[in-house]
Design a protein around this ligand. Structure first.
Ligand code: IPM
Ligand code: MG
Length: 371
């Protein structure tokens, strides 16, 4: 077979796999209002991950001490999702680690390092796919400006699902982007349900449908179809380029509420939004599916901070904001509110440099609010 035929053949297989993927989606929703025992997995991650997670664990142990004592909440340490182990085994998420993860209901995860180049997929991408965590929810708030945004990023399709399955021919490389009706409908429904439940009256759909006509075109039309079931909510459409400008336009940016968008645009714009809020160290991120959910910081493992000996000065706010979302997701609303108030009231400044406070000092201060 020549290279072109081989590429066509692998494309046929990719298409088949994607059709099978959507056919096999049928997870049952976990109902945390009735579940007797909730198992919360804890993954330290790489780089600054273990430093951040140490404080996050102390905070959860303190907030949930009564529930842990009587067994309604179990905190379970997950081992082996380290870059060293993953590289040794040549697996983005080793099988035994995935098994430990699947034995939990929800997880709090420190950042994991993604090797640049090569063929190893990012652990995040693998986990989002394996656990079908289709909704990436990222809240960003700047209260003094009246900004309260919640981004709903599609998390299992788009440019990511076949990100390491592109094809190369001499002098040319091609990657694939996949958008499905089902995949779009469920993220759109998640965004509109959130808007309805939280009394938000506007959802902004963000794509580049003028260029990515098939995939983003589908994303837009399905979102509008879903929107019809929410007549009280105003819907508007933006292209991603102008939307990145809108977020730094002080005259209109506080009018956005819920932003609904495909995977890659969502990845990019949420870093911008987090930076506007005070830095990527301040924003939490939820990866939610019907059966499982993983909560994490919006940022990466910051290997440079470790190399420079600044690991202890990493800011745990982002992972703790993720912990607030985790607590809310498992219906521990009182604990979530307590932690959120403490985070808003905490005066310790951790800014990633030795001039700031340490991660532990931040943890100490938070815990003093609960005692
Ligand atoms: C994120 C990250 C990931 C992504 C990386 C680590 C694969 O940037 O969660 O936003 O691109 O989704
Ligand atoms: Mg990102």
């Amino acid at each position: 077979m020549n290279q072109l035929d081989m590429a066509c053949e692998s494309f046929r297989i990719l298409l088949q796999e994607q059709l099978q993927r959507i056919e096999s989606i049928n997870a049952e929703k976990t109902d945390f209002t009735t579940k007797e025992t909730v198992t919360v997995g804890l993954i330290d991650g790489d780089g600054i991950g273990p430093v951040l997670m140490k404080q996050a664990k102390r905070v959860l142990q303190t907030l949930l001490s009564e529930e842990i004592r009587c067994g309604t909440v179990i905190l379970k340490q997950i081992h082996g999702l380290t870059i060293e182990n993953r590289l040794t085994l040549g697996k983005s998420v080793p099988e035994d680690v995935l098994e430990q993860i699947k034995a939990c209901d929800v997880l709090l995860k420190g950042p994991t390092t993604t090797p640049m180049g090569g063929t190893m997929e990012s652990a995040n991408v693998t986990l989002r796919r394996e656990l079908d965590l289709y909704a990436n929810v990222r809240p960003v708030a700047i209260p003094e400006e009246g900004i309260d945004w919640t981004f709903f990023r599609e998390n299992t399709e788009g440019e990511y699902v076949l990100g390491n399955r592109g094809v190369e021919l001499p002098g040319m490389a091609v990657d694939f982007k996949v958008t499905t009706d089902l995949g779009t409908r469920r993220i759109a429904k998640a965004a509109f349900d959130y808007a309805r439940q939280n009394k938000k009256n506007r959802v902004s759909i963000v794509t580049k449908a003028n260029i990515m006509k098939k995939t983003d075109g589908k994303f837009t039309s399905i979102c509008h179809e879903v929107a019809k079931e929410y007549p009280e909510i105003t819907v508007d459409d933006w292209y991603i380029d102008i939307m990145t400008a809108n977020l730094v336009n002080p005259t209109i940016r506080n009018q956005f509420q819920v932003v609904l968008l495909p995977n890659l645009y969502g990845d990019i714009i949420t870093d911008e939004a987090a930076q506007l809020q005070g830095g990527v160290g301040t924003a939490g991120s939820a990866n939610i599916g019907d059966r499982f959910a993983i909560f994490e910081a919006i940022h990466g493992s910051a290997p440079r901070m470790i190399e420079e000996g600044l690991g202890e000065y990493a800011n745990p706010e982002s992972i703790l904001r993720a912990a607030v979302m985790l607590l809310r997701h498992i219906c521990r609303t009182d604990a979530a509110n307590k932690l959120e108030h403490a985070l808003n009231a905490c005066l310790v400044t951790v800014n990633g440099s030795a001039a700031g406070s340490t991660c532990k000092e931040y943890g100490d201060s938070l815990i003093s609010f609960f005692l």
